[in-house]
Design a protein around this ligand. Structure first.
Ligand SMILES: [Zn+2]
Length: 258
């Protein structure tokens, strides 16, 4: 090998080594950049906590009250059904075991899908109930009080605060939906601490559902706070009712008076 050949080889080796080094550095930088970009939003979410669900603002302009709107049917302890209702039903939950009135069922399915996109798994635990199912629910509630040593009269009165008698229970309309979540399947007031309840409070009205028995309207509804019991009234009505801050009883009375 001549000296010239040797020097040429040396230069080539040097050039190759530099090229390799630059390539490795570039790869490391690319990997680190990707890693940081992947980590940043996660660290951000961790620091900021879970996203809060907030209702869109509602102006109320354009709302017209229609006293003949069937979706605004009022049923309570003072207003029992005139006759047993026979709504057109459709399956509302995924396995089709629970039905709601057809329009309400469609709205529920849309709402449930939207909640799922926000990471909230709604569970429909009750919808339409026929007279037998409503009677059974009321009797079961009354039985609990009788077993606690209450008299027949006391048991009936206490039950009615939680579980209305069959002819006063709006689950017969097909418009009432008991909604819980996969992480909180119990029908008790603790449901109001869940992400699902927060989501429903923010967005259910956009799908036509209102909280039927709010905590601060018990005097008007005659029923204790039921964070799981939502009532379909249609989107326009639901937005107006929620904006009013009133119960369905008070809202209807106000609209009919004006
Ligand atoms: Zn209910």
């Amino acid at each position: 090998m001549t000296r010239e050949q040797y020097m040429r080889r040396k230069r080539l080796r040097l050039a190759r080594n530099w090229a390799l080094l630059i390539l490795i550095c570039a790869a490391i930088v690319a990997l680190m950049t990707r890693g940081i970009l992947w980590l940043l939003p996660k660290a951000n979410a961790l620091l900021a906590g879970p996203r809060s669900f907030e209702a869109a603002s509602y102006s109320g302009t354009g709302y017209t009250f229609d006293a003949d709107d069937a979706r605004l049917i009022l049923v309570n302890a003072n207003l029992p059904f005139a006759g047993e209702p026979s709504p057109t039903l459709a399956p509302a939950n995924e396995d089709g075991t629970i039905q709601l009135e057809a329009e309400a069922a469609d709205a529920y399915r849309q709402m449930s899908a939207a909640a799922a996109e926000d990471g909230v798994a709604l569970v429909l635990s009750a919808g339409y109930q026929d007279a037998d199912a409503r009677t059974a629910a009321y009797e079961a509630q009354k039985q609990q009080y009788l077993e606690k040593g209450k008299t027949e009269e006391e048991a009936a009165s206490l039950s009615a605060d939680i579980q209305l008698p069959a002819e006063c229970n709006e689950h017969g309309t097909g418009y009432a939906a008991d909604i819980l979540s996969s992480d909180y399947p119990d029908r008790d007031t603790g449901f109001d601490t869940t992400r699902a309840y927060e989501w429903l409070t923010a967005y259910a009205a956009e799908y036509g559902f209102i909280l039927r028995y709010p905590e601060d309207r018990q005097a008007a509804t005659g029923v204790v706070f039921e964070p799981w019991h939502w009532r379909y009234v249609g989107t326009e009505n639901a937005l107006a009712i929620r904006a009013s801050g009133l119960s369905l009883e008070e809202f209807l009375a106000l609209q009919k008076a004006s």
